[in-house]
Design a binder for this molecule. Structure first.
Ligand code: GAR
Length: 202
């Protein structure tokens, strides 16, 4: 059974979907802890399932490295096989990424490498594209630059605003995330191989 830590910052609707999936008897992964950088609304989903939570408040630390060191300490307590960034709106410091890579994945509401960063849905609308998407990537030291392990297109419809478009993307993200975690757990998807092939020049 693959053990998973999920890190969030917000409502945690994608976390909820993963918790629901992991509650199914035939799902090969279980969530052992949920962490956040702020008092995230999404903690309530973990509480619904009796899953422990930890908070490492971003505002309590002077530097990203110090915050990351405490986050790493908290993660180490639970010894998860995989860390899922599910709406964590902070960049992990390189030391945290290096210690756990490639066993950290991130969901992103765009078809990477299009629209990386914290405002992917807004940026897609501002660019006037007719389609955007959802991606799951292996986390590296960059901003949404890691190897893509799953992605799917999502249409932008006339009259969309950030809210309606994000609401259309999130169900796709959830489906991709649940499937990626399942494939990692069964060995169908090897993150080390995905990371290695991405860094090998063709
Ligand atoms: C998700 O769409 C996730 O991809 C995005 O935040 C949302 C969290 O929603 N993350 C990023 O934009 C990271 N760059 P949720 O809290 O309802 O699951």
């Amino acid at each position: 059974m693959l053990t998973v830590a999920v890190l969030i910052s917000g409502t945690g609707s994608n976390l909820r979907a993963l918790l629901d999936a992991a509650a199914e008897p035939d799902y090969p992964a279980r969530i052992v802890v949920v962490g956040a950088d702020r008092e995230a609304e999404g903690f309530r989903h973990a509480e619904d399932f009796g899953i422990p939570t930890f908070l490492v408040p971003w505002r309590d630390f002077d530097t990203r490295d110090e915050w990351g060191a405490e986050l790493a300490t908290q993660l180490d307590v639970w010894r998860p096989d995989l860390v899922v960034l599910s709406g964590l709106m902070r960049l992990l410091p390189p030391a945290v990424v290096e210690a756990r890579a490639p066993q950290i994945i991130n969901t992103h509401p765009a078809y990477l490498p299009e629209f990386p960063g914290a405002h992917a849905v807004r940026d897609a609308l501002a660019a006037g594209v007719v389609q955007t998407g959802a991606s799951v990537i292996v986390v590296d030291d960059g901003v949404d630059t890691g190897p893509v392990v799953a992605q799917e297109r999502v249409p932008v419809l006339p009259g969309d605003d950030e809210h309606t478009l994000h609401d259309r993307i999130k169900p796709v993200e959830r489906r991709l995330l649940i499937d990626v975690v399942r494939r990692i757990a069964t060995g169908e998807l090897d993150l080390a191989a995905a990371a290695a092939s991405a860094s090998t020049p063709s």
